[in-house]
Design a protein around this ligand. Sequence first.
Ligand code: NAD
Ligand code: AHE
Ligand code: ZN
Length: 381
Amino acid sequence: TQGKPIECLAAIAWEPCKPLDVTTVIVDPPQKGEVRVRIVATALCHTDAYTLGGKDPEGLFPCILGHEAAGVVESVGEGVTSVEKGDHVIPCYMAFCGECSMCTSGKTNLCGSVRAWTGRGVMRGDDKPRFTHKESGKKIFHFMGTSTFSEYTVLHEESVANVDKAAPLDKICLLGCGVTTGIGAVTNTAKVEKGATAAVFGLGTIGLACVDALATVGASRIIAVDTDPGKHARAKEWGATDVINPKDFDKPIQEVITEMTNQDGVGGVDYSFEAIGNVGVMRAALECCHKGWGQCVIIGVAAAGQEISTRPFQLVTGRVWRGTAFGGFKSREDVPKLVKDYMGGKFRVDEYITHTMKLTDINTCFDLLHAGKCLRCVMIA
Ligand code: NAD
Ligand code: AHE
Ligand code: ZN
C-alpha cells in the first residue's frame, strides 16, 4: 500500500507578484518511482523570488515554490529503492539518475531523467501534479521538481538525496541550493587553484559561498563586489581581500578591477563569479577577467528576455564565459558527501541563516529578501 492523501499546510503562489497564500492542500500518495517527504526546514533562495516575480519563462501558476530544504521520507512509491520511510533527505532540483546520456557523459552534472516533467510542473508517471487546493479543488503545479514550501511534498526518486540522520535538518537545508552552488562554482566549475585571483559580484548567500570557498582554496586576491554596503562586512570577515561598491566609482567596475590587479601593464582577475542575475554585471564580470585566460562563471539567473553581450574581441583575446547549475555537483552522489563535509566543519553553513521562522511567515521572508535584509531565512514547517 502507498498510503493515503495527506492534508497539510502549503504556501500557494496563485499568480505572479502576489503574496503567497498559506492554505490547506491535499498531497497525493507517491506513485511508482516517487517519494513523499515531510519537509522539516526550507529556506528562501532568490530564485523563488525571481519566479514569483514573473521573471521565469518556465514559471507556472498556481504553484508551490521552494527548492532549498531538508526533510524526512514519509512514504515511498512502488519500485523506490534508494530511500525508505524515516530516511533524512535533501530534495534536489537538479536530479541525478546515473543512467541517462548526460549523467553518463562525464561532462556535466545535468540529468535528463525528469527535467522535462519538472519544467512542466507535473510528475512523470501520469503528467499530473500531486497537489490539490482543498478549498477550491484546483490542481497546483510543482516547481523545480521540489515544491518545498509545503509541509509535505512529492518528488521523483531521482531528485532525493539520502543524507546522514545525525545532521541538523534546519541547517543542511542550505545544501539543497545556495551554499552548494557557490562552493561548486569555485571548486568544480572554475577549479580555482591556490594563489589565483578572483572577483565575486553579489554578496548574498551564493556570492558569499564563493568567497568562503575561494578563501579555503587559498586564492591570493578575492575582490568582493556589492552595491549594498550592508553586505560588505561579512565578505571581509570571511576572507575577501578587497570589498568594493560600484557606486563609489565614476567608471565601470571592470575598469576599477583591472586597475586594482594591474601587473606589468596588464590587469584582470583569473576568475570571476556573477551571483546576481544582472546581465550588465555579467558583462562587467567577463571584462574584468585577465586577457588570455580569465574565466567568468555565470551563476545568477536573469529575467526572461534578457541577453548578455560583449565585444567578441573579449573572447578572441582569451576570456571565457561559462555557467554553472547547482555548482556542477551531481546531486544524489555529492549532496550526502557535502553533508558529511559540513559535519566535518569543512565550510560554513549555519552562518548564512539570518532568520528562522515558521512556514506561515513566508511572506515576511520574501519582504526581507527584497529589502536585502537577510541572507537565508529558514522556515520550520
Ligand atoms: P541575494 O538576493 O541574496 O543576493 C544578491 C546580491 O546581489 C545582493 O547582496 C545584492 O545587494 C547584490 N546586487 C544586486 N545588484 C547588484 C549590482 N548591480 N552590483 C553588485 N551587487 C548587486 O540572492 P542569492 O540567493 O544569493 O542568489 C543570487 C543569484 O544566484 C540569483 O540570481 C539566483 O537566482 C541565482 N542562483 C543560481 C543558482 C545556479 O545554480 N546557477 C543557484 C542558486 C541561485
Ligand atoms: N527556469 C529558468 C532558469 C532558472 C535557472 O537557471 N535555474 C538554475 C537554478 S537556480 C537555483 O536557485 C538552474 O540550475 N537551472 C538548470 C535547470 O535545469 O533548471 C529559465 O530561464 O527557463
Ligand atoms: Zn536556489
